[in-house]
Design a protein around this ligand. Structure first.
Ligand code: ADE
Length: 249
């Protein structure tokens, strides 16, 4: 996968891209991440990228020209180089659709992603109308810019690419992939400060362990994120379990 990130603050990406999972994926050539400074596509002496909103109001807006020119420079480069592939052009903005594991999985299927980090009080609407193909928000709060959101999207997508996680670390069981929160996990020591690991996990009985984990997932989801249960894929027995658990709450 290739990810191109358009930002006014490329230096913000240095640490996330040079440590942990993203760095490992880059080193192993499973993904390449290119940073583009939107300011490099200005033509005026002061390299201005912002301006006042028409109609008045507080704050400054990100101007359309440098954003269009930056992304179009990449598009023109691509059209010379390779066969045409569909490339989502994603604007990170609090007005976007709410990011989820489902969206991360969908994005991980593309071979190329473009992420545009908004800034200031907003971005000229024509960027939304005529350049971007998708808008994503990472949550119902306002960040100072789209950079942190872009890092979150990149991280969640890259760890789903084939080969990025070790063979034994499967994303299939984890929170949100199943539609449920993940069950409690333990590692050694078996007893720590009088707190023992649940007996069933030491039993070696894989059917019982799987059943216990499934029940714990349902229980935890019911307690913490009950709204997720409506969409989770539960069998009849599990639905009955939910009804019983709700009654005993
Ligand atoms: N930019 C500012 N706030 C944001 C958010 N919540 N999600 C994505 N991009 C943002």
């Amino acid at each position: 996968m290739q990810i191109d990130i358009f930002t006014l603050f490329p230096q913000m990406f240095e640490s996330p891209l040079s440590s942990g999972l993203l760095q490992r994926a880059i080193d192993r050539k499973l993904v390449s991440v290119n940073l583009h400074n939107i300011r490099d596509y200005t033509h005026n002496k002061h390299r201005t990228v912002d301006d006042y909103p028409y109609g008045g109001g507080a704050g400054m807006m990100l101007k359309p020209e440098p954003v269009f020119e930056a992304v179009e420079a990449l598009q023109s480069d691509l059209s010379h180089k390779q066969e045409v592939v569909e490339v989502p052009i994603v604007l990170l903005t609090p007005q976007g659709r709410l990011f989820s594991q489902h969206i991360a999985l969908k994005l991980s299927k593309y071979s190329h992603l473009v992420l545009i980090c908004g800034h200031y009080e907003g971005i000229d609407e024509r960027v939304r109308e005529h350049l971007v193909t998708d808008e994503i928000s990472i949550g119902d709060y306002v960040l100072s810019g789209g950079e942190l959101a872009a890092m979150i999207v990149a991280d969640a997508v890259v760890r789903l690419l084939p080969g990025v996680l070790g063979s034994e670390a499967s994303p299939l069981d984890e929170s949100h992939t199943t539609g449920l929160l993940e069950y409690p996990q333990y590692t050694r020591p078996q007893v720590y400060r009088d707190w023992a690991v649940p007996e069933v996990l030491l039993s070696g009985n894989h059917t019982q362990i799987a059943q216990w984990r499934r029940e714990q997932s349902i229980l935890r989801t019911l307690k913490r994120r009950p709204e997720l249960l409506d969409k989770a894929n539960l069998c009849t027995k599990e639905k009955q379990l939910v009804v019983r658990l709700k009654q005993s709450q």
